[in-house]
Design a protein around this ligand. Structure first.
Ligand code: ADP
Length: 160
């Protein structure tokens, strides 16, 4: 059976922390799907399509795909026949939230596993929110996001 991992998130925008997680997963799983969550209740800087485009341009690996989905992550996994949800863990503050979500997903879909992957030490402090704050205040984004994301951010902030 093909081992498929789904990595859901906002990716508003994708950071080098996210890229690192996906690269590590792509070596373990047959297929990795980065799932850009479309949630009308959350406000994002980028549209789902823009976020998908930025994610897509971050990977060359043949076994990495990007999709957009609105709804429960477990329903997406059932749709594509995937077995594992992956989330990243940075600091302790991530833990409670991720644990609660993993348990909720276990309740909804007992056959689906959540895998919590520790952020690498060189990226653990990077968040999309922090990146947007730096971009808004014209700080250097080198080493925080892929180069093409810097261009996306600059364009977005110029055009409002
Ligand atoms: P969400 O809004 O769903 O938390 P994010 O795009 O912020 O979406 O994050 C998606 C996932 O990636 C989350 O599990 C988050 O903990 C993880 N993540 C975010 N930044 C990093 C990082 N620097 N290193 C590793 N994992 C990260």
């Amino acid at each position: 059976m093909k081992k498929v991992a789904v990595y859901p998130g906002s990716f508003d925008p994708i950071t080098l922390g996210h890229v690192d997680i996906v690269e590590r997963l792509s070596k373990i799983f047959d297929q990795v799907i980065v799932l850009v969550a479309e949630s009308p209740r959350k406000t994002h800087l980028f549209s789902p399509e823009e976020r998908q485009q930025m994610v897509r341009q971050s990977f060359q690996q043949k076994n990495v795909e990007v999709d957009i989905f609105e709804g429960l992550t477990v329903d997406y996994l059932r749709k594509v026949n995937a077995q594992v949800i992956v989330r990243g863990l940075r600091a302790v503050v991530d833990f409670e939230y991720e644990m609660t979500m993993a348990n909720m997903n276990k309740k909804l879909a007992p056959q689906i596993e959540t895998l919590l992957v520790c952020a690498s030490p060189e990226y653990y402090y990077i968040s999309s929110r922090g990146v947007k704050e730096v971009a808004l205040n014209r700080g250097s984004l080198k080493g925080l996001v892929p180069d093409h994301v810097i261009d996306f951010l600059n364009k977005k902030l110029q055009n409002g």
